[in-house]
Design a protein around this ligand. Structure first.
Ligand code: PMV
Length: 315
């Protein structure tokens, strides 16, 4: 493909669920925050576009054209939708590359970050700035292509870059949680067994066998998320760490932890983290540890055990 200069760009952070995954599906509050790591989109003009390139997607990277007449896979449809949302035609002379340090597909909001970075990059190319409302509509539509029925939490956190207290319901409700102190977080991850949808369905089957017991557990997880919000506002790292540990215990009781998640949280705690939990749907995927003292040591111990790991901050 031939290329010719001119550069535009857009970026978006990943997200991390600090408290309340899974119980949020049962009407309880959850707390999620934007991560210090994310994805960026660079847009170049070229004379045989449009092209979308994602070098780290899949084992060999991905390069796609937008779908025309609904043909092509989810990524082609998402690209076509992003072009339309930014008033670009399906034969626009653009070549977009989306890349960054955010781990993909492990529950850290990579599809929402992808959608928002792509929309921002294309809008920049057009000399536009998308309103929150328009970005949110576009990101939600792209998330719907990938995930079916997104809760809205991921793209709202990714667009605002804030830490949010979230209640699902007919109309989702968001409240900003202003952090009293920045959070030094080590993230470790491993491939997931199955999708978020499967993890939610499996927990529903367990809950249907013991509804009273599980609803009590979900209620406790909701109270813990509210306590977590207060500790985040107070900047009380010791207490946040302890609440991470408690939340992880509840998630284990829900059956969504895996041997890899257990190993990651135990290694992080024994390397000095104040607390650790799985984050997101579980069954593998990512775990987070609050590590203010020697985060690099925690990263090292996790990597020595064969996990991918990085140090980031939530502010
Ligand atoms: O791992 P993620 O980012 O897909 O998060 C899933 C969070 C759940 O509470 C398990 C599901 C949901 O829709 O809220």
């Amino acid at each position: 493909m031939s290329m010719s200069g001119s550069l535009a760009a857009g970026a978006a952070p990943g997200k991390v669920i600090l408290f309340g995954e899974h119980s949020v599906v049962y009407g309880q509050p959850a707390i999620a925050a934007a991560l210090g790591h994310g994805l960026g989109a660079t847009v170049e003009s070229c004379d045989d576009g449009p092209w979308l390139r994602i070098p780290r997607w899949g084992s060999e990277g991905l390069e796609v054209r937008p779908s025309v007449d609904g043909k092509g896979d989810a990524m082609c449809s998402a690209f076509a939708l992003a072009l339309r949302m930014t008033d670009l035609s399906l034969d626009a002379g653009v070549r977009v590359t989306v890349d960054g340090q955010l781990p993909l597909g492990v529950g850290l909001g990579s599809s929402a970050a992808f959608a928002v970075a792509l929309l921002r990059g294309l809008a920049d190319q057009q000399g536009q700035q998308l309103s929150h409302q328009r970005l949110s509509e576009g990101a939600e539509a792209i998330e719907r292509i990938f995930h079916g029925n997104p809760s809205g939490l991921d793209h709202t956190v990714v667009i605002t870059g804030q830490c949010l207290h979230f209640n699902r319901g007919e109309t989702p409700r968001f409240r900003e949680v202003q952090l009293g102190a920045e959070l030094p977080i080590v993230i470790a991850w491993t491939p997931r067994a199955g999708t978020t949808r499967e993890a939610v369905a499996q927990l529903k089957a367990r809950r249907d066998q013991c509804p009273v017991e599980y609803d009590e557990l979900f209620g406790a997880m909701g109270r813990l998320a509210d306590a977590g919000a207060a500790a985040l506002e107070a900047g009380d790292l010791q207490r946040i760490g302890t609440l991470f540990d408690l939340n992880h215990g509840y998630l284990n009781a829900c059956g969504v932890s895996s041997p890899a998640n257990e190993k990651m949280v135990h290694l992080a705690r024994s390397a000095g983290a104040l607390g650790a939990k799985l984050t997101g749907a579980g069954r593998g995927g990512a775990s987070i540890a609050l590590a203010p003292d020697d985060p690099n040591r925690v990263v090292e111990v996790l990597r020595e055990a064969g996990f991918d790991a990085l140090f980031t901050t939530v502010r």
